[in-house]
Ligand binder design. Structure first.
Ligand code: HEM
Length: 177
């Protein structure tokens, strides 16, 4: 996993729980935590940090992924601002992950492996996004989608229509509410 993901997770944790909490998680997860944006680190380190946060806060690891995702999206967007239209409809932004954003991410760093987030516009009020990745982090995707709702000031609900936790393919239904 690219270091930028660890960087935005750190920002989200520090914002939600403070700097000491991040230090505690690094210790619990037994990782050094010297993440640089362009470095690549084992996926297991991200999982260990999520599990450590779940244990410390008494939450489910999937809920920790959702919370972290929701609070990380704005930081990811800041890193790729020129490809983000903040005046667009939130569904256009979410559809552009597949056609533009993760494509640019791969161009900028051919070693990166962003997940496939394929859009299917079902109606004016529903967009389905099919998440595909061997990493099985669709709850993180759910959180990032909710973060997009916050960024575009558009209330959204996200529901997994197929198996979500640890699944390599999950269909997410995003609805305007
Ligand atoms: C709602 C919007 C987004 C969703 C749902 C989404 C989803 C995800 C998820 C779930 C991952 C974790 C890796 C995996 O599951 O395989 C990921 C990785 C990544 N995403 Fe996105 N993402 C979004 C927006 C962005 C934006 C705005 C950027 C801008 C930089 C970005 C850049 C990346 C990068 C660099 C990775 C790491 C890939 C790697 O480590 O090889 N994403 N994305």
């Amino acid at each position: 996993m690219k270091g930028i993901i660890f960087n935005v997770v750190e920002k989200a944790v520090v914002e939600l729980l403070g700097t000491e909490a991040w230090e505690d998680l690094l210790e619990d997860a037994d990782v050094v935590g010297d993440y640089t944006a362009l470095g690549t680190y084992p996926d297991d380190e991200l999982i260990a940090l999520v599990v450590a946060a779940a244990e410390r806060t008494g939450n489910d690891p999937a809920d920790v992924q959702r919370l972290i995702g929701r609070n990380s999206l704005e930081y990811l967007v800041e890193s790729i601002e020129e490809f983000v239209d903040r005046d667009a409809h939130v569904f256009e932004f979410l559809s552009s992950i597949h056609t533009i954003i993760h494509v640019e991410v791969k161009k900028l760093d051919p070693n990166s492996k962003p997940p496939d987030i394929e859009p299917n516009r079902v109606s004016d009020t529903e967009l389905q996004l099919t998440y595909r990745s061997e990493r099985g982090l669709s709850p993180l995707a759910e959180g990032l989608i909710l973060g997009a709702g916050d960024l575009y000031e558009t209330p959204l609900s996200v529901e997994a229509l197929t198996a979500s936790v640890d699944s390599a393919e999950t269909v997410l239904s995003v609805r305007l509410i």
